[in-house]
Write a protein that binds this ligand. Structure first.
Ligand code: MG
Length: 164
């Protein structure tokens, strides 16, 4: 079987940010009412960061830290959907587009279910794809580990890119 290995590419991303009392909690571009938020140079949107890394990883383009260093004052308080949009511009420039993305957020509190569809909309709009290509799931880690102790949150993302 003859198959062009450049037609499809898979990517994975993972990110973590610490939570602290009184800071804004932004996930998937959605501002979520909560008593804790992310300690970060940017807005700390772990979901957007994991997704950006997955997109970059699919084409072996490094990671968001290499493209948008957290030592650069330009990215202080940055809207991570803007960074995601810039990352996707690099992907499009290489001739690829997103087939689908599947993501999981690890967070003890608050319940994310009421916010998931708006996060999906935000990301679908940023990447110019239909919402049914964007999957976002959320889970707690059963009060275990750093997410369980509400010290931080994590996100995983897997993407498939197609050429054309
Ligand atoms: Mg990050």
């Amino acid at each position: 079987m003859d198959f062009d290995m450049e037609v499809i590419r898979i990517g994975h991303g993972y990110d973590v940010h610490a939570l602290r009392d009184g800071l804004p909690l932004i996930l998937g571009g959605e501002s979520i009412e909560h008593d804790k938020g992310f300690v970060a140079h940017s807005d700390g949107d772990v979901l957007a960061h994991a997704l950006s890394d997955a997109l970059l990883g699919a084409l072996a383009l490094g990671d968001i830290g290499s493209h948008f260093p957290d030592t650069d004052p330009q990215y202080c308080g940055a809207d991570s959907l803007d960074l995601l949009s810039k990352v996707y511009g690099m992907i499009r420039q290489k001739g690829y587009r997103l087939a689908n993305a599947d993501m999981t957020i690890l967070l003890q509190r608050p319940k994310l279910r009421p916010h998931i569809d708006r996060m999906r909309e935000n990301i679908a709009r940023t990447l110019w794809v239909d919402i049914d290509r964007i999957s976002i799931k959320a889970t707690t880690e059963e009060r275990l580990g750093f997410t369980g102790r509400e010290e931080g949150a994590a996100a995983h993302a897997v993407v498939l890119l197609v050429k054309g």
